[in-house]
Design a protein around this ligand. Sequence first.
Ligand code: GDP
Ligand code: IMO
Ligand code: MG
Length: 422
Amino acid sequence: MPVDILVGTQWGDEGKGKLIDVLTRDVDVVVRFQGGNNAGHTVEIGKERYVLHLVPSGIFRKGVKCIIGNGLVVDPVALVEEMKGLEERGVDTNQIELSNRAQMIFIYHKMADRLSEAGAKTKIGTTGRGIGPAYTDKMRRIGIRAIELKHPERLAELFRTECAKYNKLFAAAGAETVDVEAELAKVLAAAEKLAPRVCDTVYSLNAAIKANKKVLFEGAQGALLDIDHGTYPFVTSSNTISGGACTGGGVSPRAIRDIWGVIKAYTTRVGEGPFPTELFDASGENLRQRGREFGATTGRPRRCGWFDAVAARYACMVNGINKLAVTKLDVLDDLKQIAVCVGYRINGEVTDEFPASAAELEAAEPVLEYLPGWECDTTGATSYAQLPENAKKYLARMAELVDSSIGIVSVGPRRDQTFSAE
Ligand code: GDP
Ligand code: IMO
Ligand code: MG
């Protein structure tokens, strides 16, 4: 029953796509379990660079089944575009299964997302993909699930009904309304392409587990964007932590073996919200440039800062991480000295606990510890032994501070820039 989960332990973009691609070398099934096309997972294979939004990052491995689970919110038009883009580049998309229980995102969700951001006093800085409104509809029990892609007449009726409701709200707000029939035509075209991929993935996944197939869950976003455990309200609308894999895939917690936490050697964040170790000076710009820290989904420059061990330890705790995959160590290669946040000073008091309130976190000043840099190129390293001593010490300190152990180290975007630390 080898079922593992891989999740992000920061504010997303830790390098999950790369790690999933590497780990699926010997996996049979990869499963996305939450989020939607707010995710942007980059996989580099040779000279090719792919950015995946809904398609699981196991797609580049022949014979690997790629499940889009029941916990997602799926924009059917965007999924078809993504699949077409992959097919044009010679990638086989027949390995994809879409859960009949997954919720769907439609144009009105995207419009509502953008409208609410435009009018909000406290902006979240969403990706504008309609994620929040689609999960809201799910919880209000008025969402439309992927099963309807197999029933075009029913789908059309549901779509028209929901559009009419949303159009009333849009009109009342003086906003643009949905051109219902034009949008419906796009949805029905997508339905035709996706219908053969829609199935009961809960059964197929559990059958695979029973048959002793290797299954890997692919988290999107990161623990600090989790709807319960993140920096609420500056979060996404799903449970991004490992616990979400069971509900978002339809699998028992008893099936889970290892929980991988992908962790950057520093910290980034896209969108609004508190970020205690954020750097506003040249060192932040240096991380952004060296790490190519620009959003894979929206292209926005990512905010950059030092490694925050308080936040990461909290993330490891709520996820139950037993293996860390440290990424982007190479981005720190040129630094003389590297800072790590080991505590927060909030209203004069020092704590090593991650506060529940965004206001408190906003007030937190990082307590920094300085470690010597290694000032040499690690991008060609192919084993842990080849790393400079100070890089090994930095990794050991990271692991100690977050109370977990390092399984993999990544020193570049490519598959071959990855090695075991065990
Ligand atoms: P994800 O959302 O967690 O899958 O991460 P993204 O793909 O949004 O962002 C990670 C970025 O870092 C991508 O451009 C990757 O190609 C790149 N990347 C991954 N691992 C490494 C690494 O070890 N070093 C460097 N320099 N880049 C990496
Ligand atoms: P991956 O899977 C980084 C952020 C947005 C915003 C907040 C809410 O690539 O790591 P949403 O559109 O979800 O309602 O936006 O969450 N966000 C991400 N940040 N990586 C992601 O995904 C993200 N998905 C959402 O920037 O702050
Ligand atoms: Mg990303």
